[in-house]
Design a binder for this molecule. Structure first.
Ligand code: CDT
Length: 340
């Protein structure tokens, strides 16, 4: 069977003043907990290694640089050997756990030019390397700070360039006994059922966009992982903080359940949450099945592991029905999605 035990490693707040080492310690502890429960895939949130710095207007380039991990065309997964993440890799190898992690990426291209992205990667124990990388396409917020001195800022457009990798699905090896390697499944119609699991990744605001999920559905992805830092309230929004938080949680839930259901795939959605630097971030980490049902959900606003055993073959049964894309999609009517 195509069954695998997965978990969301929800993180409580990473305050600006705390050390990177203390954040890493909490992440390692969650990985130990996951191993004790037999988890094989563990998901950490967006920008997991640091505070959610895009809410601050930072002018000091050295300070900005301190939040980023260097990568390059020669070593696209260099973050894995950084002292900020290598302990995760070492533990993952020792415990046999793949992981997804979000981080700020400072990329040096072949031309020597540097570009900053809001990135995540998937580390595979079987491959002993990253096997998937995604750069956030939908960057929320503004490039310049909002003039209202009371406003909470969301300056992702200042710190990051929109992702340039599209929505590339990939296969994660070593998780399903007897699964064929990507190169061996070839073009067979039932290749999904025989091969390593097909995975996709999103980051936070992407989950609100159907256009971000659909490419993964079309590539036959069986599991999408998405980490987030989502503002619960802001002085510039309407309503009380409680009302705002309720609405933010509702929109989060609606987006993730719809993304899973409409693309007949599993999703792990994992928060960094709680009051971080005086700003509320919603929790609501959840694992969702291909019918859009929540099968596991966080109960706290702090570090918490959310575990589920998921059967990837559920995606295939759902794709044989309502969401048989080949049979039922009407491409002749979708042109305006790209044209406008
Ligand atoms: N990190 C991130 O992308 N946050 C945004 C906040 C936007 S407020 C609606 C999000 O979409 O959750």
């Amino acid at each position: 069977p195509r069954v695998v035990k997965v978990a969301a490693a929800q993180l409580g707040p990473n305050q600006k003043a705390v050390s990177r080492a203390s954040i890493l310690d909490r992440m390692l502890k969650l990985m130990d907990e996951a191993a004790a429960q037999g988890v094989k895939i563990l998901a950490y949130p967006e920008l997991a290694l640091t505070t959610f710095f895009p809410v601050h207007y930072l002018a000091d380039e050295d300070e900005i640089a301190s939040y980023f991990e260097p990568t390059s065309a020669a070593d696209p997964y260099a973050v894995l050997s950084s002292p900020h993440a290598k302990p995760l890799v070492d533990k993952a190898n020792a415990l046999g756990i793949d992981f997804y992690i979000g981080f700020a990426e400072r990329w040096t291209g072949e031309d020597g030019k540097t570009t900053d992205y809001n990135t995540c990667i998937y580390y595979s124990v079987a491959a002993k390397n990253g096997v998937g990388k995604y750069r956030k396409v939908h960057l929320p917020g503004t490039k310049e700070p909002l003039p209202n001195p009371k406003a909470f800022q969301q300056l992702e457009k200042k710190y990051f360039t929109p992702g340039d990798l599209g929505f590339p699905a990939f296969r994660a090896p070593g998780l399903i006994d007897g699964a064929l390697k990507a190169e061996d499944v070839g073009q067979e119609a039932n290749s999904v059922a025989k091969g390593d699991p097909i995975m996709g990744m999103l980051i936070c605001n992407d989950r609100r966009w159907p256009e971000a999920w659909r490419p993964y559905g079309l590539q036959g992805a069986e599991l999408v992982i998405e980490g987030y830092n989502t503002t619960a309230w802001a002085p510039q929004y309407d309503g009380t903080p409680e009302e705002q938080q309720k609405l933010a949680e509702f929109h989060h839930r609606l987006s993730c359940q719809a993304g899973s259901y409409q693309n007949a795939l599993w999703s792990i959605n994992v928060a960094k949450c709680g009051i971080e630097n005086e700003q509320g971030l919603i929790a609501g980490s959840m694992i969702i099945d291909p019918l859009g049902r929540v099968v596991a959900e966080s109960k706290t606003m702090d570090d918490e592991l959310i575990v589920a055993t998921i059967d990837l073959s559920m995606c295939q049964s759902q794709r044989g029905r309502v969401f048989n894309f080949e049979k039922h999609r009407r491409l002749e009517h979708y042109g305006m999605i790209l044209d406008q």
